[in-house]
Design a protein. Sequence first.
Length: 128
Amino acid sequence: MKFYYVEFDGEHLPIIPVLLKGRNEWVGFNTFIDTGATYSLFPIDVAEVLGVDLNSSKSCSVTLGDGKQIEVYLHETKVSIANKEFSARIGFTPELGINFNILGRKGIFNQFKIIFDEKSKTIEFIPY
């Protein structure tokens, strides 16, 4: 499935719709594809929307690109991208500090062949 980059703060960025499964329904979020991020990260309020019990989640420290360390709660979550449903460990944090969600490599990128086309400002997710 092909997605077009989204204009954000005057730039065109690889932001795609991602569905996460809550207790009873799928909830959609626009998510920045970050090839340098190990984990997919969402603000803590997304966990609340989904009904995720963070007490049952694994807590760990994650180092960001600027060297700052943040606490993240990793939770196995149902994900849907490009009409493919699968489970991945998603991180929820009160310390994200940016204006968008992050789609990282672990548990996500191994599900697809991913093609970035900077010239046409598109990204393609081809399910394996």
